[in-house]
Design a binder for this molecule. Structure first.
Ligand code: ATP
Length: 245
């Protein structure tokens, strides 16, 4: 990585957050955050409940306003190039209410139209996340893990340069957790970058190039070492997800 004259990251940086602050009422949630994700790399945001992970990801995804600072992706500013900026990001929220009694296939088809993704992508992704057999079932009948896999598929639809995933392995059983790791690694091999939040340090260590630990809206530690686990982390048991291919 190299730096420009103004101290800015240049060359291989895809996502850059500069002095990003978020306040809600009198509360400072994110406090002057600087963070960069290199092209073709995977960064895991770790930290306890309330550390600010979801807030950061929502700001990067463009669905939550910044109080100050700016975010750029591939040189496009969130403030100035709002629409083009949004097009290069695939976002998986941590909580999404599927409504309307639609099936998995109908949801993905709807999102693929919005993102102008080719039709074939729908069946390809349903297959990849193991939902082909239940494609016509209403999502309201899905387990948490199955809904997570569908949300992950929608983030992948348009092959975005940046995947922003909020707690993507939450609710996945060990099989699908392992599959998730393989899928983000293939995304990386195809040149995509990934920014995801997790409480599961095993997952972060298995697939991320860099782990960033947050506390109170600030970065408190970063690196690639398993020893960080002893300082800041806990590994949680994976809940049961019945649906295997
Ligand atoms: N709309 C809001 N109004 C007030 N406070 C908020 C709001 N949204 C988030 N916060 C606060 O901001 C802080 C960071 O929340 P955030 O959801 O980003 O944390 P997190 O690291 O994602 O937590 P978790 O691991 O529990 O998902 C928390 O103290 C939370 O209570």
């Amino acid at each position: 990585m190299s730096y420009g004259k103004g101290g800015e990251f240049v060359d291989n940086v895809l996502l850059e957050m500069r002095m990003v602050r978020k306040t809600i009422g009198k509360k400072t949630i994110i406090d002057g955050l600087n963070l960069a994700v290199e092209k073709g790399s995977i960064l895991a945001l770790c930290g306890d409940n309330g550390a600010g992970k979801s807030t950061i990801l929502r700001m990067v995804a463009g669905i939550l306003e910044l109080s100050s600072g700016d975010i750029t992706v591939n040189g496009l500013s969130r403030k100035r190039d709002r629409y083009r900026y949004a097009e290069i990001i695939g976002y998986m929220p941590d909580d999404y209410r599927f409504g309307g009694g639609l099936s998995a296939e109908e949801h993905l088809a709807f999102w693929s139209k919005l993102r102008k993704a080719p039709k074939e992508r729908v069946s390809e992704l349903l297959e990849r996340v193991g939902l082909s057999d239940v494609r016509r079932k209403p999502v309201s009948a899905f387990s948490k893990g199955m809904r997570q896999r569908l949300l992950f598929a929608q983030a992948l639809l348009a092959r975005p340069a940046l995947l922003v995933l909020d707690e993507p392995t939450n609710g996945l059983d060990p099989f699908w957790m392992e599959t998730f790791i393989q899928l983000v690694q293939s995304a990386k091999e195809e040149g995509q970058s990934v920014l995801f939040s997790t409480h599961q340090l095993d997952v972060a260590e298995a697939c991320a190039d860099r782990l960033v630990f947050l506390s109170g809206g600030r970065i408190v530690q970063e690196g690639r070492s398993a020893s960080l686990r002893n300082l800041y982390g806990r590994t949680e048991e994976a809940p049961h997800d019945e649906s295997h291919p």
